[in-house]
Design a protein around this ligand. Sequence first.
Ligand code: PLP
Length: 360
Amino acid sequence: MTRPTRFTIDLQALRENALTLKRIAGQRRSMAVVKADAYGHGAVHCAKTLLPLVDAFAVAITEEAIELREAGIELPILVLQGPHSQEDVREMANASLWPAISSEHQIGWLEQSGARFDQIWIKCDTGMHRLGFMPSEIASARTRLATQSVRDTVLMSHFADAEAPESPLTARQLARWSEIEGSSKTGSFSNSAATTGEITPQESWVRLGYALYGGSLVELPEGYSLNPVMHFESRIASVRWIEVGESVGYGGRWVANRPSRIATIPAGYGDGYPRAAPDGTPIGTQREVVPMVGTVSMDMITADITDAPDLGVGSPVTLWGASPTVDLVAAHCDTIGYELCTRITRRVPRQFHRVNKDQD
Ligand SMILES: Cc1ncc(COP(=O)(O)O)c(C=O)c1O
């Protein structure tokens, strides 16, 4: 048997999450954000699963959209960063993509290329201050784009702190959004946290990323739940007892204060498990959660299983999935689940659990 470390992608959970989010989104149209290889979950498999359930896809860059087109995905695809050059504009037009336009120089490339698009999204900077036209610049951007015989334009903006509906920054962004003409009728502001949380901008589209994959940074409305799509799993490869005062791993960071039973798991930062994980980061087993102890190595981590005598060589462990969730592991590591999901490395085999065909 080869190394038992792998991650599985539960496409049925993805499908159910999409249905749940559609119910929450109500009348608004749903765009599935599948950038960065669908947040590490596999863009083509995820897009094919989501195809009957969403109105469009979004990616960050043209290359990601082309991958979907080459896999036969014909639904509209928005390219969130918009073109990076005039040639990029042509590539987008050839693949019938929707560019998100956020600057005068991008409009310039559109004009020079003469390319035609069914739909263009205009990005408004309501307070994130990364990309986009200031609200006062939207009218002139629209006028310039109108001369490009674009059939349709949609306004979009992005929350800087969607997990915090009460923050002054969110309030400022919402106020600016509501003042932009047309934002409520043909606009898109909400990401996952805004859709599932307490922010309610006037808009016609939601752009759903992280929540589709089962992650959540806010409490969901009562009666709704999401399930993790990614399950990062392995098995215990070695077990040993160590004496009081002995340490485990590089730098001797964790020291046993009782005779301790240590399990070694063949997954490390070379696989995407975060090196920043501190002692006590939870690792799931078939019964309870055990604490990770000692510095994460490139190829291994270690856990204190003194209190779990039934565990031994070959016992299955969950690095993240149903328990612990990726959000919980990320919280221990002072990061977010988005980062952990997108960082699993090529070395780890990925398996897809297919959608239950009876429900199609
Ligand atoms: C512009 C834009 N819209 C929507 C999303 C989706 O956000 P989330 O994954 O939080 O739903 C992202 C993700 O970073 C984004 O950059």
